[in-house]
Design a protein around this ligand. Structure first.
Ligand SMILES: Cc1cc2nc3c(=O)[nH]c(=O)nc-3n(C[C@H](O)[C@H](O)[C@H](O)COP(=O)(O)OP(=O)(O)OC[C@H]3O[C@@H](n4cnc5c(N)ncnc54)[C@H](O)[C@@H]3O)c2cc1C
Length: 359
């Protein structure tokens, strides 16, 4: 018997959808990672692991509270903005939960009810169209398996192979390559560092402390120069006074940055895309967790009313989220314009005075 719904990817988008789908459906959830067995941190999604206020709000609305073992040290209430283009620096108050991203994903998966069939360590590879949906193929161990599905949901992140097979034009979407390096540090870093340097990137770079480690990350144009630009960033940070000791690991991942509504793909009558696979992520801050969860809620609501006509209802439910992305796009035009940013930072508007010399 075919599955009613198969979800590829058990990140925040896929895990939320699987949790919210009605029991009437036969549901399959696949992920290439194993998010049911605690294992090596290496399998963590490359992410800053900051839960922004929008994501906190949507979790609260779903009646969920983040368990403390998902959190790491320190909790952050401050953003230090370092603008190398204009030689300016400011602090702004923001409230983040600082998390271990893998434990966050595992926690969301642990909430999925038992009627959902879970296939961990299953890598989706290809799909073929059938009259009533798709046949999907995935690899587990050394074997290839196939399943027939009425609705396929691509929730497998920025570089979704399911999206690229159905919507090859999405390859042209604006994307960045993010590099993150983790360092040992004894420094106290009681803030989230946001760094602007237009020679390194037209997006931004960041510093985040996590359990005695320091992450240096950047979203870079995907080119041969990316590595060189990342080295430039590190040299600038050293000159600025940061000390980083032994490197623990280096990781990388694609990151989408939608320029317009045409870079958002919601699917067709037998397929839906949610989360970053669909293009839902903030083009101003790269915050993606709240968008992943909100798009999953929008799809669950539409599918729970029946498969017939779900795509139309899903798009209706997405109106506010799409509008939000366009507003973030406008915000990013101001944030990433050197002159405007200098004016805003110099004015001190919304910034915070810090009452200590320790930073
Ligand atoms: C460097 C970096 C830092 C970031 N920092 C933050 C941050 O601090 N806060 C924030 O809110 N957002 C951040 N983001 C964005 C955020 O990580 C994503 O937008 C968010 O994780 C998207 O959730 P998702 O469920 O759509 O996809 P993902 O979290 O990417 O989940 C996709 C899932 O699909 C699985 N998968 C992929 N391919 C296959 C396949 N072929 N077969 C089976 N399974 C597959 C993966 O294993 C994964 O579990 C960051 C992104 C990057 C790259």
């Amino acid at each position: 018997m075919p599955y009613d719904i198969a979800i590829i990817g058990a990140g925040p988008a896929g895990a939320t959808l699987a949790r919210l789908l009605d029991k009437q459906y036969k549901v399959l959830l696949l992920d290439k990672r194993d998010l049911m067995e605690p294992e090596e941190e290496e399998r963590s999604k490359c992410c800053g692991g900051l839960l922004a206020p929008d994501a906190q709000e949507v979790l609260g609305k779903m009646g969920l509270a983040v368990p403390t073992d998902v959190l790491v040290d320190p909790q952050l209430f401050l953003v230090r903005t370092i603008d190398f283009d204009n030689n300016l620096e400011r602090f702004y108050q923001r409230f983040y939960f600082n998390m271990n991203r893998k434990r966050f994903d595992e926690w969301l998966v642990s909430l999925i009810p038992p009627h959902v069939d879970m296939g961990m360590k299953c890598r989706f590879t290809t799909l073929s169209e059938r009259s009533e949906g798709y046949e999907i193929a995935f690899i587990h161990g050394n074997r290839i398996y196939t399943e027939k599905v009425r609705v396929l949901v691509a929730a497998n992140g920025a570089w979704s192979n399911a999206r690229r097979q159905i919507f090859p034009e999405s390859e042209k979407n604006r994307r960045y390559i993010s590099i993150q390096e983790w360092y040992e540090t004894s420094d106290s870093i009681p803030y989230y560092g946001a760094i602007f340097d237009s020679v390194v990137t037209d997006f931004y770079s960041w510093i985040i402390a996590k359990d005695g480690r320091m992450i240096i990350g950047s979203a870079l144009e995907p080119s041969k120069e990316a590595g060189i630009k990342f080295e430039r960033l590190k040299n600038e940070l050293r000159d600025f006074g940061y000390f980083f000791g032994n490197r623990i690991k280096r990781e990388g991942s694609y990151l989408l940055r939608p320029k317009s509504g045409s870079e958002i793909f919601t699917g067709n009558e037998h397929m839906a895309l949610i989360g970053e696979a669909a293009g839902f992520i903030s083009p101003s801050s790269a915050e993606g967790i709240s968008y992943a969860i909100r798009s999953a809620i929008a799809l669950a609501d539409s599918l729970n009313k029946g498969i017939e006509g779900f795509q139309y209802r899903y798009n209706k439910n997405l109106k506010a989220l799409k509008r939000n992305i366009m507003l973030k796009q406008l915000k990013s035009m101001a944030m990433y314009n050197k002159t405007l940013r200098a004016l805003i930072m110099k004015s001190g508007i919304l910034s915070t005075e810090i009452m200590t010399e320790t930073i």
